[in-house]
Design a protein around this ligand. Structure first.
Ligand SMILES: Cc1cc2nc3c(=O)[nH]c(=O)nc-3n(C[C@H](O)[C@H](O)[C@H](O)COP(=O)(O)OP(=O)(O)OC[C@H]3O[C@@H](n4cnc5c(N)ncnc54)[C@H](O)[C@@H]3O)c2cc1C
Length: 414
């Protein structure tokens, strides 16, 4: 009997899992269901627009979709257009690879003031995602920016805000977003970390990139660093370099401030300042017109149990026939490659446990969605959207993304 498996979410975890299932179960039908008309999850909509080498993993992820072994149901939101129960009736197994799409909150006073933005919302805007809010006004007036968090997303935020327009050559940054970034009166970016310089989650390569920007200078006080010989690793070496070159002048100063905890955001009608506690516990107030919190994400799954921001599971199993992989399974950690190994592990488990029952699979799903009037984007239509975006690239850009699902759906199919 032919097995039918649905994978919900077309980020790296979902596509790696689908590819492995299709390879291991010859004859099985694997369908990937994605709420946007475009695949690739955070690789398209999260990874920084100026990191095209990282984004080029889409070429690997895209390949199995084009071989006809895996179906693509784009523009279909599970929970909205089709329920999880309905999928469970149509498929022998369902894999949730829906990521961790919501910003974690600090839980301090003033967090809802205009001007305080989660990094998930910020990267959605920077990457032209259809669900992005319009941050043009809030980013456009930013003179003093505070970035909360000491991971690579914090570095992405600082770099993208501090880059000169010419430094976006070869990116897919939207022309409208580029115009806003170019017009900000930006002078200072402060990157705050709760812990010490020796305890950041920065990667040294991304950190060192900040030292190569045309108009920006990373700065930190030598006293913020462990003494020479006390601790040494590649990140501390880059930070020591920054400390030794801190004294120069630049249009934008990127200040690292460790051991700082945010106590509250202050402002009347919009953000004006951040209240922090320093390493000695003393309170301090920093002026700020924009705060980007980069403190992680949590999953969303109505009707399912969340533990510590991800879907409760036992080695990838949520319930009989229902599996989970990627950020939805373990939370926002690791690199794109981490999802590969983990998705393969879940796929192996499914192969071992699958009991095909002759379910309707993609044929049944297509009929159900047709009856509901859902405009499904298949792989050929995605390729037409992709081709239209590549053709619309402006000079110095690799593509111009459609910013709304409606515009994507209006592209004629191949
Ligand atoms: C700002 C940022 C920068 C990053 N930069 C890097 C980097 O440089 N290098 C690196 O290795 N990693 C980077 N990462 C991490 C990397 O993006 C993640 O490891 C990876 O995307 C997680 O894969 P995933 O498939 O679990 O989730 P996602 O990529 O989030 O994919 C989940 C997919 O599920 C879809 N979905 C969600 N709910 C539904 C639903 N109800 N119905 C249908 N579809 C649904 C979403 O639309 C999305 O397409 C970055 C992450 C962020 C946030």
């Amino acid at each position: 009997m032919t097995a039918a498996i649905a994978v919900v979410g077309s980020g790296p975890a979902g596509l790696y899992c689908a590819e492995r299932l299709a390879r291991e179960l010859s004859g099985a039908r694997v369908d990937v269901i994605e709420r946007w008309p475009t695949p690739f999850g955070l690789v398209r909509g999260g990874v920084a627009p100026d990191h095209q080498v990282t984004k080029s993993i889409t070429r690997v992820l895209d390949r199995p979709l084009g071989l006809g072994r895996i179906g693509f149901f784009g523009n279909v939101e599970v929970g909205q257009d089709v329920s999880l129960d309905e999928l469970a009736g149509l498929y022998d197994a369902v894999v949730l690879a829906t990521g961790a799409g919501r910003d974690r909150r600090l839980g301090v006073a003033g967090e809802d003031l205009p001007g305080v933005v989660g990094s998930g919302d910020m990267v959605a805007w920077l990457n032209g995602r259809p669900d992005a809010g319009d941050l043009a006004a809030v980013v456009g007036r930013a003179r003093s920016v505070v970035i909360v968090g000491n991971g690579n997303v914090a570095l992405d935020m600082a770099r993208l805000l501090a880059k000169a327009p010419a430094e976006f050559a070869g990116s897919d940054l939207d022309p409208g977003v580029a115009a806003v970034l170019a017009s900000t009166p930006l002078r200072t970016i402060s990157i705050l970390g709760r812990r010490s310089a020796a305890q950041t989650a920065f990667s040294p390569i991304e950190l060192a990139e900040l030292g190569q920007l045309a108009h920006a200078l990373p700065q930190l006080e030598p006293t913020d660093l462990p003494l020479d010989g006390e601790a040494d690793d590649p990140v501390l070496r880059v930070l020591r370099d920054f400390a030794s070159t801190s004294s120069g002048d630049a249009a934008v100063r990127i200040q690292f401030r460790f051991g700082r905890q945010v106590l509250a955001f202050r402002g009347h009608g919009r953000l004006e300042a951040v209240e922090i506690a320093g390493p000695d516990g003393a309170a301090d107030v920093m002026a700020a017109d924009l705060v980007v919190t980069c403190i992680g994400y949590h999953a969303e799954a109505p009707g399912l149990v969340l533990t510590d921001g991800h879907l409760a599971n036992s080695d990838g199993l949520i319930a009989p026939g229902l599996y989970v992989t990627g950020w939805a399974r373990r939370g926002p950690s690791g690199t794109i490659a981490t999802n590969r190994a983990e998705a393969h592990e879940v796929a192996r488990r499914i192969v071992a446990e699958l009991v095909p029952a002759g379910r309707a699979g993609g044929v049944g799903l297509a009929a159900l969605l047709r009856d509901r009037g859902i405009d499904v984007v298949d792989w050929a239509r995605w390729k037409a959207i992709d081709a239209a975006e590549l053709a619309a690239a402006t000079p110095g850009r690799v593509r111009t993304k459609f910013r709304s699902a409606a515009d994507m759906l209006a592209v004629p199919g191949l």
